[in-house]
Design a protein around this ligand. Structure first.
Ligand code: ADP
Ligand code: ASP
Ligand code: MG
Length: 468
């Protein structure tokens, strides 16, 4: 029997009406596919509240997390009451949710006493939102007559111990997910799985990074050999750009995995950047759809997409970036400088989003999140101390406040002059291009611009997507 994995994001489970919409979609899709699995995010705003509880507690503040605890009780109890009639079921699920909020209070209290939130404590706290929402969504399905069971992914999504940014351990996850979920599916039960979280082999709770429930959907889908993974969110699909930036953004009907990968990597918040990986290996179709407009077909993401004559399909931006430059005449032809440069950056724990080297080889430029600049500069000064002393390297400097704007479209590979068009529209808007890079997949061109010119750059390049 075919199997559909559906992931519902924070707004999709953000209130009574939204969860009712989720239940209606589940009922309809179950009738079509036979077997469905749900993966859910925390109610919107909840993960932020949990993290705020942890960070304020770490400063010794005993007050804020108590206020948050109260607000979390109210929020979840109200939604549950709107979905499940008064009775034993509501009391039982309510008690489970309140117990999770008790856990929040206890964990934050110990963080406040210690005056520090370890990455492990941080994950234990931020995982609670999904554990609450999964229980409420499963109860809402049962209230509608659909057999459903809430499951904590900590039972079967086995991850590395990188708290806050864990990766799945593939074989163990596959075996355990199948062992836990397939029997339920055989009994006609809809498993409602927590997104965002997993656990190490020794059982410590981990999280997959902010927005990671999309990734959970793909991990579970791949483990179960699902026929499709549907990501339900609050827009009709992947759009030509962030609709908040350009009101004339349009839904893109079909994208390739590599186009979607570039869009997500370069800032399209609609999908967590790692989501593509598990589905690519099996060629599982991925669909992005709207919980609040379920008849819209959304965006289908598949391996191969026929060219439609459109070179630039979409444009994205990532803000709060800095361009770091390592500059010096003595770098010419000296082997290993680049390796040591990036070794130093890696040792600072920074993620390099883009690299561009001038043809003269007199400088290496790369873009890192602005928050990591102090560590990166320090690591570079240490790692390249000998070159700096010899004056082979003259200068290491960071230009704060830049943004990466990326134009995406597989058609760029075969269409000459796309880069010229992109630079042409930027020039026409008097936007200064600071650096350029083309991704190895050849379906993206990234441009560094001043942060103050980011939105205008996006809108200017967005004009090239018109006429689809
Ligand atoms: P969810 O909680 O469902 O995971 P997110 O807020 O994480 O939802 O992602 C959906 C949001 O992504 C949309 O509301 C939209 O504002 C934003 N977004 C950014 N870029 C794009 C894009 N290219 N296409 C669609 N949505 C985008
Ligand atoms: N709840 C988590 C977050 O807010 C994961 C997700 O929603 O995808 O980051
Ligand atoms: Mg999201």
């Amino acid at each position: 029997m075919p199997l559909l994995v559906m992931k519902f994001g924070g707004t999709s489970v953000g209130g009574t009406a939204a969860i009712q919409a989720v239940a209606a979609i589940t009922e309809a899709q179950r009738a079509i596919w036979g077997r469905v699995v749900l993966v859910v995010s925390a109610m919107s705003g909840v993960t932020d509240m949990l993290i705020r509880g942890a960070t304020t507690a770490a400063t010794g503040d005993q007050r804020t997390f108590r206020d948050l605890e109260h607000a979390l009780r109210e929020k979840h109890a109200t939604v549950l009451a709107g979905l499940v009639p008064d009775g034993d079921e509501r009391a039982a699920v309510g008690a489970q949710v309140m117990q999770l909020i008790d856990e929040f209070g206890v964990l934050c209290h110990s963080v406040a006493v210690l005056g520090e939130a370890s990455p492990r404590a941080h994950d234990a706290i931020s995982s609670l939102g999904e554990r609450m929402s999964a229980r409420i969504v499963a109860a809402a399905l049962r209230a509608r007559g659909i057999p459903a069971e809430a499951l904590d992914a900590t039972e079967f999504v086995v991850t590395t111990p990188h708290f806050g940014d864990a990766r799945p351990v593939q074989d163990l996850t596959r075996d355990r997910t199948r062992a836990r979920l397939l029997p339920l599916l055989d009994q006609g039960v809809v498993p409602v799985v927590t997104g965002f979280i997993g656990a190490t082999e020794s059982g410590a709770t981990t999280t997959l990074g902010r927005g990671g429930s999309d990734y959970s959907g793909a991990i579970v889908g791949a483990a179960l050999d699902a026929d499709e993974v549907a990501i339900y969110t609050d827009v009709d699909g992947v759009m030509t750009t962030d609709p908040r930036l350009a009101p004339d953004a349009r839904v893109i009907p079909v994208l390739s995995y590599s186009e979607m990968g570039e869009l997500a990597y370069f800032g399209a918040k609609v999908l967590h950047p790692r989501t593509i990986r598990p589905v690519v290996e099996r060629g599982t179709p991925l669909r992005i759809r709207n919980t609040f407009n379920p008849s819209h077909p959304g965006t289908l993401v598949v391996r191969d997409v026929e060219a439609n004559g459109q070179a630039v399909k979409a444009v994205t931006a990532i803000r709060a970036m800095s361009l770091v430059t390592v500059e010096g005449r003595g770098m010419i032809g000296v082997p290993g400088v680049a390796a040591r440069t990036f070794g130093a950056v890696a040792s600072a724990g920074a993620n390099v989003l883009m690299i561009s080297q001038a043809s003269s080889e007199q400088s290496i430029c790369f873009v890192v999140p602005s928050s990591t600049v102090p560590e990166v500069t320090h690591a570079l000064e240490q790692g390249l101390a000998a070159e700096l002393a010899r004056r082979d390297i003259d200068r290491i400097w960071a230009r704060e406040e830049v943004a990466i704007v990326t134009a995406v479209g597989a058609g760029m590979r075969d269409t000459p002059g796309v880069a010229a068009q992109v630079f042409g529209v930027l020039a026409a808007h008097h936007i200064n291009v600071i650096a350029i890079a083309q991704g190895s997949s050849e379906c993206a061109i990234s441009i560094v611009v001043a942060a103050s010119e980011c939105d205008e750059s996006v809108r200017a390049i967005h004009g090239l997507t018109a006429g689809l």
